[in-house]
Structure formats: C-alpha cells, structure tokens
Write a protein that binds this ligand. Structure first.
Ligand code: GRF
Length: 214
C-alpha cells in the first residue's frame, strides 16, 4: 500500500461550543483527511470546545482577549501559540475575535474562516438575525480565506440554506450548522491535500468539491 501523504498541521481557533471543531475532529479520524489538528486555541477559558479537544488528547491553550490591551498584542500571542503547536495553517471555527493584519502576514492564504451567511451578504456578528430581518428566502454558509477585512477574503465554498415561514434564529442556526459541519471539514481536508490554491483571480480548486446537501 502506498504511504499516506503527510498531513498539513493546523490549529483550530474557537470561542464557544466548538461544534465545528467537533466536526473537524470527527473528520480527522479518517485516514484520508488532509490535515492533522495539532492544537486548539480559545480566546475564552470557558469555551466548551476546549473540553472537546482535551477528551481526544489534542493540546489546547487559552489566549484570553481580556489579558491583552489591544488587538495587535492579542494577535501576536495567538500566532505565537499556533506556531508553538507547529501549525502551518489556522482554521477559525466559531472564533469571535478579529485578528490583526500581522496574523495574515504570518499565515498568508492559510487562514480559513466559516461564516453563517452567503458573504458578501450579512458579514459580522448576528449574521443569522440579519438574514431573518432582511426577509431573504435563503441564506447559507461561506468558507473563505481570511484577509485584512472582517468576514472578507477569497471565497472557497458556499452552500445555501432555505429560510422558511416560522423560522427563528435557532431553527436557521441549526440548519446552517448542519451544513457547516459538512462543508468546513471538506474544505479543510482539501486544503490540507493541496487541492485549493489562491492566485490573482481568486480561489482555484484542483479537484471538485463534492456537492453538500443542506
Ligand atoms: C458557527 O455557526 C459559525 O459560523 C459562527 O459561530 C458558530 C460557532 O459554532 N461564526 P461552534 O462553536 O462551532 O459550535
């Protein structure tokens, strides 16, 4: 049997429940998954995602926003933590802080974010509430490379999710998270395998992403 290609070491950054982290952990059990999760970084000590990582033996660290006076030093500490884990890329999975541009310099085209809307629509916090307020018939999930702007940067994959009569933020969130939990691991794995690159015209897929049903 041919040896498996080396996996890309990634750090996953979280702030909360970590259900997307869990989806990555589960996906990484597959030998074909293109990345290995070498560490989890949280900006909040009480984030449940830390427990999810610890119970499968993934190293964790907290870089608490409250310990830093400004975005630059917070970012520097976060990048230091990721480098200490040996991470070659970062995945922001429900990470609710904005990193300074120095993170993009440290990890160019190697920071992936998942956002619960079809960017460029509804950037920022409360994307699901914004979509409901706007009365759209569909919203969705975007996985993208992070650039200097918030919820901005080359889109890697998007999947729409219907909004139906009677929906609440919770029902839409649950539908969106179902898609996130499929789409994010597929993108992260493909990135680890080298199937996604970025050039001047945007993201290039070297193998097609399998369709992700909502
Ligand atoms: C996700 O829906 C993500 O899109 C948003 O925050 C949520 C985090 O959920 N930015 P979890 O912590 O992965 O459960």
């Amino acid at each position: 049997m041919a040896p498996m290609p080396p996996k890309l070491p990634i750090a996953v950054l979280i702030s909360g429940s970590g259900s997307n982290l869990q989806a990555l952990i589960d996906a990484a059990n597959d030998d074909a998954f293109g990345c290995s999760i070498v560490g989890v970084i949280s900006d909040r000590r009480e984030a449940f995602g830390l427990v999810r990582a610890q119970r499968v033996g993934i190293p964790t660290t907290v870089v608490a926003w409250s310990d830093f006076g400004d975005r630059e030093s917070f970012t520097e500490a976060t990048v230091d933590a990721a480098r200490t884990f040996g991470a070659k890329a970062l995945v922001l999975a429900g990470f609710m802080r904005i990193l300074a541009a120095s993170a993009i310099e440290a990890y160019p085209n190697a920071i992936i974010n998942v956002h619960p809307a079809l960017l460029p629509l509804f950037p920022g916090a409360n994307a699901i509430e914004q979509a409901l307020e706007a009365g759209v018939a569909e919203t969705g999930v975007t996985v993208h490379f992070v650039d200097e702007l918030v919820d901005h940067g080359p889109v890697i994959a998007q999947q729409s999710v219907p909004v139906v009569d009677g929906d609440t933020p919770d029902t839409v969130r649950s539908r969106i998270q179902g898609v996130e939990h499929l789409l994010l691991p597929r993108v992260v794995s493909a990135f680890g395998r080298g199937d996604i690159t970025v050039d001047a015209s945007g993201v290039v897929w070297h193998n097609d992403l399998e369709a992700v049903a909502p």
